[in-house]
Each structure stands twice: as C-alpha cells, then as structure tokens.
Design a protein around this ligand. Sequence first.
Ligand code: GAR
Length: 191
Amino acid sequence: MKKIAILASGSGSNAENIILFFQHHPFIRIDSVWTNKSDAFVLERAERLNVEAHVFTKNELAQTDQLLVEFKKRKIDLIVLAGFLLLLPPKFVREFQVVNIHPALLPAYGGKGMYGARVHQAVIDNKEKESGITIHLVDEQYDHGKILVQAKCSIDPDETPETLAEKIHQLEMEHFPKAIEKLLKKVPKVN
Ligand code: GAR
C-alpha cells in the first residue's frame, strides 16, 4: 500500500475529494490529515470521513523534526498539499515526494501571499482571457517545481473572483486525485 499524508490549512474541499477518491483504492490509502490551523474546517471533514487528523504549530513544522520523524515512522510515500499555506521546510522536500495544487496557471500568479480570492482578483484585474489550475511537484520555493498538470478555464467579461473560484474548484475536483494516482504509480516504495 502506498500512503498519503494530506496537509491543509483551510476548508479542505480538495482533501475531502482526495479522501473519497482513494477510499476503496487497491494500492493507495490516505494515512492522515495534518493542519496548522486548529479551527480549519478540514478537521471536521476528516472526522466525518473517519480519517485520522492532527494539528501542529508553525514552530513544530519549522523548528523541530517532529513532523518529519512522524511521517517517516508512518512510511508516508507522498505528501499532498491541499490548500496548505505555509512553506514546507527544505528537509521535507529532500526526504519525501511532495505535490501541490495552485489555483492559477503557474508560473503566473504564484508566490507568497497568492492564494484564494487574491489570486482570482489579480487574474481578473489583469484582464486575462483564461486561468486554471497547476498541479506540481514541490521544491524549496513557494508555488515552484516541476509542473505535472495544468487545466484551463476561460474568463468571462463579467467574471468575479467568486465565479472564477467556482470554475477553478471544478477543475481541482476533476484533476487533483487523478494526478496523485498517476504520480503514485511511478513512485517506488522507499520504505
Ligand atoms: C485551493 O483552491 C488550492 O488550489 C489553493 O487553496 C485552495 C484550498 O481549498 N492553494 C493555494 O492557493 C496554494 N498556493 P480547499 O481548502 O477547499 O481545498
């Protein structure tokens, strides 16, 4: 069995979608959900879906090896960032395969502080004709690393951050679990 740890900071709609997608999967299973926000809605989703969930502090992530050691102990094969808003310390990226989803067509509209409605507002302000999602491997920089999948949507003349968010949400639901599955078919079991 290949094991996934999901890191999320917010609502967790991607986390939920991934959990449901892999619920009865023959060789991939969601080991656990991890969040840096004790009030994140992802915790309620995890509980409802019977997935183990944990809260950690920014300090535990950045200043200690607690999480890293825990992931190694659990023999995690892939870390999935599903709306995780902290920068993962470099040692995680060196020890594990990590994949992220971003609600825009990177390398445009990425970087620190670019998440949620801010991304969509910037795209609309710049009068872009299209936006989309990027699923990419994570390296030591924000929203950077080898791009695995991009999917696009058009921007209507009366587009708002809310309507664009809904289009992006649909793309995320459709593509993220499949991209994770494809990636895990290739990752050799290291532990
Ligand atoms: C998603 O739209 C994801 O692309 C974005 O956060 C949202 C999380 O939604 N990630 C980033 O902006 C990363 N830079 P969710 O909590 O409902 O899954």
